[in-house]
Design a protein around this ligand. Structure first.
Ligand code: SAH
Ligand code: SF4
Ligand code: F3S
Length: 470
């Protein structure tokens, strides 16, 4: 397959840096010290995008704050995956437009996945006149130019065209302090699961050049990051569009060769593309955490088919069993949707039985939320909210018991964990993560933060392990 030109040309990126200089000069001319706030909702992809926005904002001369009320520019970096996520954003927008009446110079911007939905951008155009700038994920790299237009023209700017997705390399990033870092290895999604809005707002799959990914990970390791997560909506199809016979397992194996003391994780994996080669690679690479997030969504074949997931319960179990056989002690997590249109109680209970059969360490569980424009939003959905809630509660109860049981099995054992921060519990003032990404509440001194240490587990509950350094 021939690779489409998806890289943003260097000359276009250089133009963006010119806009950054113009904005900086404009503020300097006014002797202003502008402050910006980026408020990010949604998944790690969005967090990673938010970190790029912060990088560009710094280059434009802004300092950053987490307090919208103190900011001259507030950017809501939004998520469209469920209705609740959208409602929260409209709530925040209401509060912000109120704040702007007090401070008319404030600039309000909305970006991220909601901005790419025409339904949303039209609503903002009509009903939120105080919002200055709206741009979708496709336009992220052009942010300096868009912001310049806002300041120069004093008009509202909308950049929400449904362009084919691109990749912009070299945008500056403001990372979280600490030991964790995120690296996008690909963008977009081709899968069109019937319930999901992501392919509509994030465009088609495109993979970053392996050398760019490897360079970024190497720099992070050298800078002292110790827990690095490779990101994509479906990392298992990484490389398909590169046409060089290089897949995600190859990338993982190459990342693993980077010297240093660190762990590599990845999210998310799609079961239809997960291979034995991937699990074998995970098993033999010492830097790759023995942890697998493999969203199953449902344990019923009819529902899986309606969801357009393209695997069966049996195929999923086969994958899991293979992964466990090559990685004993593998920590497993998954995503589940309860109440997909047309799902019956019996079908929902198939999901509960699958969860029991697999024995996930933890789950991310959601009640189905219709997303306008997706296939599932058109399907008849006879079950009531109360019924769905009942099935959901049953699922939670089952999973909580499983998590508690699996956590209890750690008691008395010594595990390696990365101390990653402080907690507000004086008896256990530190937090740490096991290789499998289980939360450990830890006794010990702050000086341990940033180190891999051996921890003896003394107690546990559904959500966490408790322990002390040995
Ligand atoms: N690309 C990732 C996940 C993206 S969204 C993957 O496929 O694993 C994260 C999770 O949100 C999904 O796995 C799914 O469980 C849930 N989700 C997506 N759309 C949803 C919807 N319309 N209603 C409820 N949950 C949804
Ligand atoms: Fe959505 Fe499915 Fe793509 Fe995940 S794989 S982002 S659930 S369409
Ligand atoms: Fe939400 Fe967009 Fe991520 S819809 S889950 S922020 S890809």
């Amino acid at each position: 397959m021939e690779r489409k030109q998806v890289l943003v040309p260097e000359a276009d990126l250089a133009r963006q840096r010119d806009f950054e200089e113009k904005i900086k000069a404009m503020f300097a001319g006014r002797q202003a010290h502008p402050v910006a706030c980026v408020d990010t909702f949604g998944c790690q992809q969005n967090v990673a995008d938010g970190q790029k926005l912060m990088g560009m904002l710094q280059d434009c001369g802004f300092t950053l704050t987490e307090e919208p009320a103190q900011a001259d520019l507030v950017i809501l970096n939004t998520c469209a995956v469920r209705e609740h996520a959208e409602d929260r954003v409209f709530g925040n927008l209401g509060a912000l437009t109120h704040a702007k009446k007090e401070n008319p110079e404030m600039v309000i911007a909305l970006c991220g996945c909601m901005a790419q939905e025409s339904r949303v951008s039209e609503r903002i155009k009509k009903s939120y006149p105080l919002v200055n700038l709206v741009f979708g994920p496709h336009a992220l790299w052009k942010f300096p130019e868009l912001l310049w237009q806002v300041y120069e023209s004093r008009k509202r700017v909308f950049s929400v065209d449904d362009e084919h997705g691109t990749i912009a390399e070299g945008i500056p990033v403001v990372r979280e302090k600490g030991v964790k870092a995120w690296v996008s290895i690909m963008y977009g999604c081709n899968n069109f699961c019937a319930y999901c809005i992501v392919p509509y707002v994030r465009g088609r799959e495109r993979s970053r050049d392996p050398q760019c990914v490897l360079r970024e990970v190497r720099e992070l390791v050298e800078a002292g990051y110790k827990d690095i997560t490779l990101l994509g909506q479906n990392v298992n199809s990484y490389g398909n569009d590169l046409g060089i016979g290089y897949d995600f397992a190859d990338l993982l194996a190459d990342v693993d060769k980077i010297p240093g003391e660190y762990l590599i994780r990845f999210i998310s994996s799609h079961p239809k593309d997960a291979t034995k080669k991937l699990f074998d690679t995970m098993a033999r690479c010492p830097h790759v955490a023995k942890q697998l997030h493999l969203p199953v969504q449902s344990g019923n074949d009819r529902v899986l088919k309606e969801m357009n997931r393209r695997y069966t319960r049996e195929k999923y179990l086969e994958l899991i069993n293979y992964a466990k056989s090559v990685m004993p002690g593998l920590v497993m997590t998954s995503d589940i949707i309860i109440g997909f249109p047309g799902e019956t109680e019996e079908e929902a209970m198939d999901t509960v039985s699958l969860v029991e059969e697999v024995g996930f360490d933890a789950l991310f569980t959601f009640i189905y939320s219709p997303r306008p424009g997706t296939k599932a939003a058109e399907m008849p959905d006879p079950a009531t909210r109360a019924e769905k809630q009942k099935w959901f509660d049953k699922l939670l109860e089952t999973q909580n018991a499983m998590s508690a049981k699996l956590h209890a099995a750690y008691i008395g054992k010594t595990v390696r964990a990365l101390v990653d921060g402080e907690s507000d519990d004086p008896a256990f003032p530190l937090t740490a993560r096991t290789e499998g990404n289980r939360l450990v509440r830890l006794k010990g001194d702050k000086a341990l933060i940033g180190q891999f240490i051996d921890v003896r587990i003394t107690d546990s509950n559904t959500w966490a392990l408790y322990g002390e350094p040995v």
